[in-house]
Design a protein around this ligand. Structure first.
Ligand code: HEC
Length: 120
């Protein structure tokens, strides 16, 4: 009996660990990256233009930034990394991108009518 329990315990542990690994990004780490100017080269961070995550609704299925349609949240993020931060686009499956995307998906900021953002 003990053996069966041990096997079940190990199987459960493996599932939990695998689940964590594939659960996508880490929201807290993504939030830190959102405030981190090292993603780009011009001293700005995402929060320079999106303070507190404003102006982003990460729960949409597609995004239009400056008239250009971005099919996924990752494409939208990379658009801003390239255009707004003058940085190198992040690899879609990199840990940084997963974390950033996880954070951006938690944002529900309303779009403002007025363009408050300069320099993009
Ligand atoms: C220089 C200013 C600027 C910076 C810095 C910037 N963005 Fe943006 N971002 C914009 C503008 C402008 C838009 C388009 C907003 C609009 O159309 O209302 C936008 C739109 C977005 C959208 C789509 C939002 C939506 O709801 O459609 C996402 C996602 C986004 N940005 C993520 C990021 C991330 C992540 C970073 C950091 C890597 C970042 N942005 C840095 C200016 C910036």
């Amino acid at each position: 009996m003990l053996k069966v329990r041990t096997v079940i315990f190990i199987a459960m542990s493996v599932l939990v660990i695998a689940g964590l690994a594939f659960a996508g990004g880490d929201v807290e780490k993504g939030k830190a990256l959102f405030n981190d100017p090292s993603l780009g080269t011009n001293g700005k961070s995402c929060s320079s233009c999106h303070p507190g995550g404003s102006n982003i609704n990460g729960q949409k299925n597609s995004f239009t930034i400056m008239g250009k349609k971005q099919a996924t949240v990752k494409e939208a993020i990379n658009f801003c990394v390239k255009m707004a931060l003058k940085g190198k686009p992040l690899k879609e499956d990199s840990e940084k991108m997963e974390n950033l995307a996880a954070y951006v998906k938690t944002l529900k900021g309303k779009k403002r009518k007025r363009k408050l953002i300069k320099g993009c």
